[in-house]
Design a protein around this ligand. Structure first.
Ligand code: BES
Ligand code: ZN
Ligand code: ZN
Length: 488
């Protein structure tokens, strides 16, 4: 879809339909003297159609970015049904022009995402162009340059999220480690600023990544470590993302119950998000050196599967007692985090659909922000809020460490308690973080929002691209502070 910023007043723009935003459906219509909510049949979902005048009245709860996204998404869904080709709309400027414009695009683009590859009957949208008038809802003045930058950022973020979603939604039969390697290679080919290296099982063995290798033992597909990188010209900071890329998680010999196995194609979401992030970062030309390390494997059953009772010697030299083969993501991440620290990052972020416990604790829509550095967690949380992703900071405490002690090895891959699983998984990962990186590391448990079975607002059924927008929002914030010379 094309987004166009027009210099004209909204009344002078030609389009099939016009959006009219209403701040409160009972009281305060913007611009219009009387809200048509009173006159027309109110649809009950923040929308009211005035078909004869080709206007759609849309409820806008506030000028917060998330409300802008929701209002535009709502409007898009209604107009898609009407087979409209072009829409005109006033612009909405909240606290920051750039973010507001990005939010308008995100609302529309996210609502339009549809993974329909396997449906015989596709229902493509007829909408071709979305014209945003220079007219601002409240007559606020703003810089056109910021508006244009916002639209472009919204487009890049939406495309990167769609890219991530396509990977996550793809079926496990087709989306194997080799397919992910192919997609990563293609991404690098299409973007001259991105490079990609794919490492095979021999490399993993040479690097002593035994925890990673163990997880993939019963798969018919080989494991892969994919290393994508992007470097801006005057990059001063190095940011490394690590993504859990389980193309399928059957649970291994600790086989998952049937209901829990369903959706485990989405266990590659961390890796898919890391790919989306590097794509967006390169397109936005963020002033950093960025790496994405993807640990790609498949957790299956078979005569050669790794077993509960096994002890694995990880790349860091930390020995791990396997007490549950379904806690496999942390094993892959342990070795990938070790590899990632060799790159000497200023910031290290891993993303993983790591625990059901995180979903139980925070709900299906919220990611957990876990780590040792509370200031970093708080800063990241603030960025996540602007981005439209739901996240929640979770804090460690020393007593939880007792729960992952092992009688056989340096650490157990599962806690002895049923409680606090998201944090004990985080503490397991912390065992592989070297002293000098403890405060530079964040673990994002995206198990809930990575795959959404109950659609909401602009999030349709399926992959959610969790991690992409919040990480880019954090990097944008970091770049802004760097520019001001606040943080080096
Ligand atoms: N991939 C799962 C976590 C998961 C659960 C992701 C639900 C998305 C939705 C992970 O590998 C897993 O199985 N974790 C176990 C850990 C347990 C064995 C300590 C879990 O959460 O049950
Ligand atoms: Zn598992
Ligand atoms: Zn898993």
């Amino acid at each position: 879809m094309k987004f166009e910023l027009s210099e004209k007043k909204i009344s002078q723009i030609k389009a099939d339909f016009e959006l009219v935003f209403v701040q409160d459906k009972n009281l305060k219509p913007f611009k219009e003297s009387k809200a048509l909510f009173d006159l027309q049949n109110y649809t009950g979902e923040g929308l009211c159609l005035d078909f004869s005048n080709k206007k759609l009245f849309v409820e806008l709860k506030s000028l917060e970015y998330e409300d802008i996204r929701l209002a535009f998404a709502n409007a898009y869904k209604a107009l898609k049904v009407l087979n409209v080709k072009s829409i005109k709309s006033p612009c909405i400027v909240g606290k920051c022009t750039f973010r507001s414009f990005a939010s308008m695009v995100e609302g529309i683009e996210f609502a339009s995402y549809d993974f329909n590859k396997y449906k015989s009957e596709k229902k493509p949208s007829k909408l071709e162009i979305f014209i945003i008038s220079k007219d601002e809802l409240n007559g606020k003045t703003y810089e056109i340059k910021d508006a244009k930058e916002g639209l472009e950022t919204g487009r890049i973020l939406s495309e990167a999220s769609h890219f991530t979603k396509d990977i996550v939604n793809e079926i496990p039969e087709l989306y194997t480690s080799l397919k992910m390697a192919e997609d990563a290679t293609k991404l690098a080919k299409e973007n001259k600023n991105i490079t990609c290296k794919v490492y095979d099982e021999n490399f993993l063995a040479k690097e002593k990544m035994n925890a990673f290798l163990a997880v993939n033992k019963a798969s018919v597909h080989p494991p892969r470590l994919i290393h994508l990188s992007y470097k801006a010209k005057n990059a001063k900071q190095k940011v490394v993302f690590v993504g859990k890329g389980l193309t399928y998680d059957s649970g291994g010999l600790r086989l998952k119950p049937a209901d829990s196995m369903l959706t485990m194609k989405a266990d590659k979401s961390g890796a898919a998000a890391a790919m989306g992030i590097i794509k967006a970062a390169a397109e936005l030309e963020l002033p950093f050196e960025i790496h994405a390390i993807l640990g790609v494997a498949e957790n299956m059953i078979g005569g050669n599967a790794f077993k509960p009772d096994d002890v694995l010697i990880s790349r860091e030299g930390v020995s791990i007692e396997v007490r549950n083969t379904d806690a496999e993501g942390r094993l892959v991440l342990a070795d990938c985090l070790s590899y990632a620290q060799d790159l000497k990052p200023n910031l290290l972020i891993d993303m993983a659909t790591l625990t059901g416990a995180c979903v139980v604790g925070l709900g299906e829509y919220t990611s957990g922000i876990i780590g040792n550095n509370e200031d970093l967690q708080d800063e990241f949380y603030k960025a996540s809020k602007k981005s439209g992703e739901y996240a929640c900071v979770l804090h460690f405490n020393p007593h939880l460490k007792e729960l992952i002690k092992s009688n056989m090895a340096d650490v157990s891959n599962t806690s002895i308690s049923r409680y606090g699983g998201a944090l004990t998984a985080g503490l397991f990962l912390d065992k592989f973080i070297r002293k000098e990186y403890k405060d530079k590391w964040l673990h994002l448990d995206i198990a809930g929002p990575a795959y959404v079975e109950k659609a909401w607002g602009y999030q349709n059924f399926g992959a959610g691209a969790a991690g992409v927008r919040m990480c880019i929002a954090y990097l944008l914030e970091l770049a802004r502070k760097d520019k001001k010379g606040l943080k080096k």
